[in-house]
Unconditional design. Structure first.
Length: 750
């Protein structure tokens, strides 16, 4: 939200109360409470008829400083609030004649005590990260609407770029944009997002999390071009300054605070095929798809039934449409016998025609209006209501319906929707603020489903295919990018959204291969297959047409087969990267600036990414097959073309549908499995250890995990002269060694 009219003037309807200078402080345990009046106090009389901002500094964990800005502290401050994990570190508070210093770890907030000189500098040691100062921290009243807002504006340095704020389809670097934190179902071709995360990171290596689940607004080098401003309605604003030292370190620390992603099962990394959305299908149709994939030797691992597995108007009743699927339990067994896992579509809405609507209404399980009526709408399903997940009994009821499906043979759920949550005259069971519940609802929804899967299937077997999210939603993987279109610009905006979402620690991400809306030409289908199979999770899905490859052309079958089999062989590497995402919070798909923070050329790249720490992927976005990509310093090896490529510069190439830029970083130990048909196998059996572009004196280590994500074998390598010495730790393994990028080197097994 914009409050000013140029730099000097405030909009006529706005009355601001700025923090103007330091007045006094007090210490409350490990918290520092500072008072800042709205004007310079030159005599006692100046204290009268004047507003005061109360600023509290606290630290939930080392190198994280929470700032709470309050105007009227007596105003009720309702949740929900994002769940954070506090470790309560040691802090120090020091005072000099000119400054107050609040420190946790190496991170400091330095408060200026000089008269008429308000400011807080946030420091990493002696390096300034950002600051707030003159006319930045404010409480503002709109005199026309009588609404009040609390705002902060933190400095943006020269050459500093802002990233993240959830899934965003707009330009990857957020400088110059206005961003609203409001989950909506808007497709991928607009500024609207399904996954709004009020957390950003910068190329200076720190991040800021706004602790508010409501309708927050960001002005990023837009209203004040030197600052990133964020504001919320009400008397209070809370934010965390998170200092991980580097972008990667800050993402890891952010997930320390808000939760690490669970580790998905290995089978979920295979190919998913769906019925598509509004297509006609029954068991004969779905079986023909499954058999068609087998006939063409295209490995398939998960089959998904979209909306119409249930009867129309009854979404959700969680009951198979008997006219279409008269023997669902038998069908699921037949598909399990073929080695497939089963996913079904669900959402948190209950149509009035569903038998569950009356049941939910009578027990008080549906969201109500303030007058006690059930809230209903005709948008999506006729007369539908929403499950109130703030009611523990409603959550257990909803989980009970899903458990019946699990008992029948369903393995996982696509948790669709969760964005169309009402806010006007709404009364939640637990009294939550309806505006804040709009975004937070998806957290409770996905948590309820994920918790059930963990309980029924066990840790390591739970996986969702979720669309909406908020802070903490990364704990319940995986997520997909929503309703994209079947064209190259939409493919590129989809990638931008995944890179932005990764900045908030979402470790596992997917998208609808070839686009959801419309039907792609064969060219786009084949290019998107390459991109899709080099994402953490890979799904063929569409709206009104099927996505089996032979409906595009026979070459599409060959392309899909090649990249599915490639992904299966990459699983020893990919699953270890999944373990890293789970344990550290570093996402599998990483923006280039996260992996190469010292390379200025990487800071604006949004059409390529690192898949884990060693593989660079540059999808092709042109029918001509032309692609331009940048390689950081060092030698790189393309595992598809078997060529060595020099880094430190841009490259322009042309690729057919069977190749693309897929490059291994220098000094990498890349484990390639022997199974090209399944993502779930013993990753230590007949595995090829590729030693890529090892420099003299270089040392490297990699871990090959088991299917529980535990280390099975650790492989070490060190080059001396023309020899690479390798040795292993852990259980006995059947490993083969291959030098790539420099065939003259010799491998010596110790």
């Amino acid at each position: 939200m914009k409050f000013t009219d140029g730099y000097w003037c405030i909009k006529k309807e706005m009355t601001p109360l700025y923090a103007v200078e330091y007045s006094s402080y007090r210490r409350e345990g490990n918290d520092l409470v500072v008072y800042a009046p709205g004007k310079h106090i030159s005599n006692r009389g100046d204290c009268l008829n004047l507003g005061l901002l109360t600023i509290r500094l606290s630290s939930p964990m080392e190198d994280v400083i929470k700032v709470s800005v309050k105007h009227f502290e007596g105003t009720a401050y309702k949740g929900p609030f994002a769940e954070v994990k506090e470790t309560l570190p040691e802090v120090t508070i020091e005072e000099t004649e000119e400054f107050l210093v609040y420190q946790t770890g190496k991170t400091k907030a330095v408060i200026d005590k000089k008269p008429n000189s308000w400011g807080i500098r946030f420091m990493d040691g002696e390096r300034e990260l950002t600051n707030t100062g003159f006319r930045n921290m404010a409480y503002i009243v709109n005199n026309k609407t009588e609404k009040s807002y609390t705002a902060e504006a933190l400095a943006i340095d020269v050459d500093e770029y802002i990233y993240g704020l959830g899934e965003r389809f707009t330009p990857f670097v957020k400088n110059g944009q206005t961003v609203e934190m409001w989950n909506e179902d808007g497709g991928t071709a607009s500024e609207i997002s399904y996954k709004n995360i009020p957390f950003y990171i910068t190329n200076k290596g720190y991040g800021v999390l706004l602790d508010n689940e409501g309708d927050a607004s960001y002005e990023i080098a837009s209203e004040k071009v030197e600052r990133i401003q964020f504001s919320v309605e009400g008397e209070r604003l809370d934010y965390y300054v998170i200092n991980g030292g580097t972008p990667k370190g800050t993402i890891e620390k952010y997930t320390d605070l808000t939760g690490k992603p669970a580790l998905p099962p290995a089978w979920s990394f295979g190919l998913w095929l769906t019925t598509s959305f509004t297509t006609d299908y029954d068991e004969g149709t779905t079986s023909s798809f499954i058999q068609g994939m087998a006939d063409r030797d295209i490995p398939l691992h998960v089959f998904h039934f979209d909306c119409y597995w249930m009867e129309a108007y009854e979404w959700c009743n969680f009951t198979w449409d008997p006219k279409t699927f008269p023997d669902p339990k038998g069908m699921l067994k037949r598909y399990h016998d073929r080695g497939l896992k089963i996913c079904v579509w669900i959402n948190p809405y209950i149509g009035q025609k569903s038998p569950l609507f009356k049941e939910g209404m009578e027990h008080g399980y549906l969201i109500k209006k303030q007058n006690g009526d059930v809230w209903q709408t005709d948008m999506w399903q006729a007369g539908m209501g929403l499950v109130d997940f703030t009611n523990p009994e409603a959550t257990a009821w909803y989980q009970g319906k899903l458990k019946t499906l699990l008992d029948m043979g369903v393995d996982c759920f696509k948790t669709d929707f969760g964005e169309r949550i009402p806010v006007k005259e709404i009364a939640y069971y637990d009294g939550s603020d309806p505006v804040k519940m709009h975004n937070y609802y998806t957290y409770l929804y996905n948590k309820a489903v994920f918790d059930l899967l963990v309980k029924e299937r066990g840790e390591g077997e739970a996986v969702l295919f979720a669309r909406s999210a908020t802070v903490g939603g990364q704990q319940f993987p995986a997520h997909w990018g929503g309703d994209c279109s079947a064209n190259y610009p939409s493919m590129a905006e989809t990638l931008r959204s995944g890179l932005s979402l990764a900045c908030a620690g979402f470790g596992f991400w997917s998208h609808d291969i070839s686009g959801f809306e419309n039907t792609a030409p064969a060219d786009i289908y084949k290019r998107w297959c390459q991109f899709g199979l080099l994402s953490s999770h890979s799904r063929l899905h569409g709206s009104s047409s099927y996505r089996v490859p032979w409906l595009f052309d026979e070459e599409a079958c060959d392309v899909l087969r090649k990249f599915v089999k490639l992904k299966c062989r990459l699983m020893p590497y990919l699953y270890q990267q999944a373990v890293i995402a789970h344990e550290k919070g570093t996402p599998m798909m990483r923006p280039m600036f996260v992996e190469f923070p010292g390379d200025r050329a990487c800071e604006t790249l949004d059409k390529q990414y690192m898949m884990g720490d060693a593989l660079l992927v540059a999808p092709v976005f042109k029918e001509s097959g032309e692609v331009e990509y940048y390689l950081p310093e060092g030698k790189w090896y393309n595992i598809l073309t078997e060529q060595t490529v020099e880094g430190g510069k841009w490259h322009k190439e042309t690729h057919d549908y069977f190749s693309m830029p897929l490059l291994v970083r220098a000094n990498t130990i890349l484990a390639l499995g022997a199974n090209a048909n399944s993502p779930e196998y013993d990753y230590t059996e007949n595995t090829t250890i590729c030693l890529s572009c090892f420099e003299d004196g270089a040392e490297s280590v990699t871990v090959i995990p088991d299917l529980k994500g535990k280390p099975a074998v650790t492989v070490h390598a060190k080059r001396k002269g023309r020899e690479i010495f390798v040795w292993t730790e852990g259980r006995k393994a059947d490993l083969n060694y291959q030098v790539i990028g420099d065939k003259e080197l010799k491998v010596v097994v110790k």
